[in-house]
Design a protein around this ligand. Structure first.
Ligand SMILES: [Fe+2]
Length: 470
């Protein structure tokens, strides 16, 4: 059921043509075009690089970071300036440049080995390396796994809108016209669009709300019940009107930093999980058909507002949700599928222990009367939550789950998930900066030092707070 898009954004593919090469500000477009031609001509002789070879880090806007080593014989001569010219021509941003005497040097100390870390446009990678091979020897790149693009700033989520299924009421004559039918893209809008629901839509909401809320006191976890009460008090949660995303988003932002973003249908797992890394929850606004108020084949606002929203107001659950999102960034398709399965068995269909009994916290359960009753009965199997096993467990999206996973509590579940996430192989570590709501790639010592110094300040503050209360 997991459909994944290509990790290569289409705009990168488009730029990969000579006709769109940007001109060199130094006024050498001819030289650049000539290098491009030469590289293509000589490609067979110089072992053309596969697409992405040597690419260790794909930055935003199609920039790639390369790690190169090469040797220059008799560096005092023209070789050095020619080499510099290659980097200059392709507007390579040099991050690190180091030399040492060549190990295999025969008679002279003028033979140098170079280590260069540089940033260059993705479409120039092969040409730059082939050009370098003409002026230097032993040109090598470090061959590592290509890293799928992922958003690093909250506004990058505008590029994460790949729908698996789009709700199209105009094409579906069994459904009433939805007021959200004009929504074709997902974008953070400020303010979020308000929707005027019809009398019939409100009647459907009333029926769902009444029936489910009668079950919550005995079946929902404490965190859900606490938040639900708050939502009734502050956000217009009541059976006679459908709450607006704008009000709910403001409510969540104050409590856990989560915000809602309208979405036109079911997103790809990669895009959906990525938004969680920024504490953004993609929410539909349309409502299920009135003829089947207790069932919706796709997520609708009953599912989002009654299932997901109350739990997103809990700090520990918010942390757990963000941890899945962060783990997904830059992960391979195989890992995304596992994380999507983890998401399914926790955020959608999770159970947890509470005061000696089992309660529901999964949105798929809390928005489905029938499955909520069934999940807490003795009919299905209850297994302890263990990310390694849960991530590969087969799941059902057509019938009730035969197996549910039970967390000890959210703190324990988050710790287990973070331990699992550390095992996902990636050539980098990430840090979420809550001040800028952005992801920082910890790929230099300085970045790690900066993050550490922020943490030290926070620890000092906490130590001080402990002293004050002891
Ligand atoms: Fe959901």
């Amino acid at each position: 059921k997991v459909s994944l898009r290509s990790p290569v954004p289409q705009d990168l593919e488009k730029r990969n043509s000579a006709s769109e090469l940007p001109t060199d500000p130094a006024g050498t477009p001819d030289r650049r075009a000539s290098l491009q031609e030469d590289a293509e001509k000589d490609a067979p002789a110089t072992e053309p690089l596969g697409k992405g070879e040597g690419l260790v880090w794909e930055e935003e806007e199609g920039r790639a970071t390369l790690i190169l080593t090469f040797t220059l014989r008799n560096a005092k001569k023209a070789g050095l300036s020619k080499t510099a010219k290659v980097f200059e021509t392709f507007e390579a941003g040099i991050h690190h440049f180091e030399t040492r005497q060549a190990k295999k040097s025969k008679n002279t100390t003028d033979d140098l080995e170079f280590f260069v870390k540089c940033e260059v446009h993705n479409s120039d990678v092969s040409v730059l390396i082939n050009s370098l091979k003409k002026v230097a020897e032993d040109v090598k790149t470090i061959r590592e796994e290509r890293v799928p693009w992922f958003p690093k700033k909250i506004r990058d989520l505008d590029k994460c809108h790949h729908l698996i299924a789009k709700y199209e009421p105009d094409l579906d004559h069994d459904h009433p016209v939805s007021l959200s039918s004009s929504l074709t893209r997902t974008q953070i809008r400020d303010p979020l669009p308000r929707v005027e629901y019809t009398v019939q839509e409100t009647a459907t909401w009333r029926e769902v709300y009444r029936k489910l809320s009668s079950l919550y006191p005995t079946h929902a976890c404490k965190q859900y019940l606490d938040a639900f009460q708050q939502l009734e008090k502050c956000c217009g949660y009541q059976e006679d009107s459908i709450p607006q995303l704008q009000d709910i988003s403001r409510f969540l932002k104050e409590r856990t930093g989560f915000q809602l973003r309208p979405v036109a249908g079911l997103l790809s797992p990669r895009d959906f999980l990525a938004s969680l890394a920024f504490r953004v929850f993609q929410s539909t606004q349309y409502i299920r058909h009135s003829s089947s108020p207790m069932h919706s084949p796709e997520p609708d606002c009953c599912h989002e507002l009654l299932g997901h929203v109350p739990m997103l107001a809990d700090k520990e659950f918010a942390q757990f949700s963000q941890a899945i999102g962060l783990a997904s960034l830059g992960s391979s398709d195989v890992e995304i599928e596992k994380l999507a399965t983890l998401y399914w068995f926790t955020i959608e269909f999770g159970l947890c222990k509470q005061n000696g009994s089992i309660k529901a916290y999964g949105a798929g359960l809390l928005s489905s009367y029938g499955e909520l009753v069934y999940a807490l009965s003795n009919k299905p199997e209850h297994k302890p939550f263990d990310p390694e096993l849960t991530a590969v467990h087969p799941y059902q999206d057509q019938i009730f789950q035969p197996v549910y996973f039970v967390a000890e509590n959210f703190e324990d579940a988050t710790a287990k998930l973070q331990k699992y996430a550390l095992k996902i192989k990636k050539p980098f570590s990430l840090h979420y900066d809550p001040f800028t709501c952005s992801i920082e790639v910890l790929n230099t010592l300085q970045k790690i030092k900066n993050t550490l110094s922020q943490m030290k300040e926070e620890l000092k503050n906490l130590c001080c707070a402990l002293e004050n209360i002891s």
